[in-house]
Design a protein around this ligand. Structure first.
Ligand code: AHG
Ligand code: MN
Ligand code: MN
Length: 335
């Protein structure tokens, strides 16, 4: 059987599909390489003192785990010198990182959540990396935080890695969604699923139920109906799954359908949700839409939301199209 590696896939996307430029190909290869390095560190766990807290907090007031910090450094170092980027931004860095003048600069902006699902690190449950690539509208080399504040529709690539029983890289450059599995012996990403599609209907939902008493009424109404099962208005039983790593929950949905929700919460009325727009919600929404699913914040398409700040948060409802549309319609009806 002929195996297609990530490199071959990207060359084909560049040559035949003309979907990407050589610089974007290089960028994605570098991110893929960095994810391999993160996977190696994740895999060492307690043997190399990788577990536990780093003893610091990020700009969002969250305690940083050692692997949050290490993964951020790996991505930064890997991407700084290649000449394909104008700047980077990360969940773990307060502000943007401009490419230093000693290196050539490119036209792309890279945003990442270096380690998603941090609460699962110490309990050996799947975690991941999420990334988003934007094209800078500014003159080469002139980037500010404002340069990054583009809607998700401006993304030219997005992806995530899952460090689970197998290590996966899921990628879109706007021509569908492709999944690569890391061949650990060869050290290469091998294409294992083409054109992933999310079924429009599902019987599986993912939400942190412990927050139920804080949800807004449209989300409560929707979940209440699911819980009533086949004798309720939906006339079928629903199953629930919540990994608490967005990468793992989204990957399950890409594989067999489902709906994922992290809605806003009455405890913090000024904060529109927990997840971050620029490096969690946008890349995942791009991937989900490319796989035939939908992603909204209850009111509008996430990809069309205009960001106002780098670490902006947003409500996330994504996955199987018909379910996402139903929850969104409940939000509209409540206005
Ligand atoms: P991160 O580890 O990058 O901060 O992200 C964690 C996110 C996301 O992966 C997950 O869906 C959600 O937080 C889980 O939140 P709860 O612990 O509130 O369930
Ligand atoms: Mn995250
Ligand atoms: Mn993170």
């Amino acid at each position: 059987m002929r195996r297609t590696t990530l490199t071959q896939f990207l060359v084909e996307q560049q040559r035949s599909a003309r979907a990407i430029k050589p610089e974007l190909r290089l960028l994605i290869e570098v991110v893929g390489r960095a994810c391999k390095a993160i996977a190696v560190n994740v895999g060492k766990g307690a043997l190399a003192n990788m577990l536990g807290s780093a003893g610091t907090e990020n700009v969002q007031g969250e305690v940083q785990k050692k692997l949050d910090v290490i993964s951020n450094e790996i991505l930064m170092e890997a991407n700084e010198w290649g000449g394909h980027l104008a700047g980077m931004a990360s969940e773990e860095m307060e502000t943007i990182h401009e490419i230093p003048n000693r290196y050539p600069k490119g036209e792309y902006l890279l945003l990442f959540d270096p380690l998603d699902g941090s609460s699962n690190i110490d309990v050996n449950v799947s975690i991941g990396t999420i990334f988003s690539v934007l094209k800078s509208g500014d003159e080469l080399g002139q980037v500010t935080e404002k340069s990054f504040l583009l809607p998700g529709t401006s993304q030219v690539a997005a992806g995530y890695a899952v460090y689970g029983p197998t290590t996966l890289l899921v990628l879109t450059v706007g021509t569908g969604v492709y999944c690569f599995t890391l061949d650990r012996e060869m050290g290469s990403w091998v294409l294992t699923q083409s054109n992933m599609k999310i079924p429009h209907d599902t019987q599986e939902f993912a939400i942190n139920m412990s927050n139920m008493r804080h949800w807004e009424s449209p989300v409560r109404k929707y979940v209440d109906e699911l819980l009533l099962g086949e004798t309720g208005p939906r006339e079928k039983n629903f199953n629930m799954r919540w990994v608490a790593s967005m990468v793992a929950d989204v990957h399950r949905i890409l594989t067999r359908g489902g709906i994922f929700m992290y809605p806003r919460d009455a405890r913090t009325p000024d904060v529109p949700g927990k997840l971050r727009l620029m490096y969690e919600a946008n890349p995942m929404s791009f991937i989900v839409e490319q796989a035939g699913g939908a992603a909204t914040n209850g009111h509008e398409r996430i990809l069309e939301v205009r960001p106002h700040k780098l670490h902006e948060r947003i409500s996330v409802i994504l996955g199987s199209k018909n379910e996402v549309e139903r929850v969104t319609s409940y939000h509209r009806a409540a206005l």
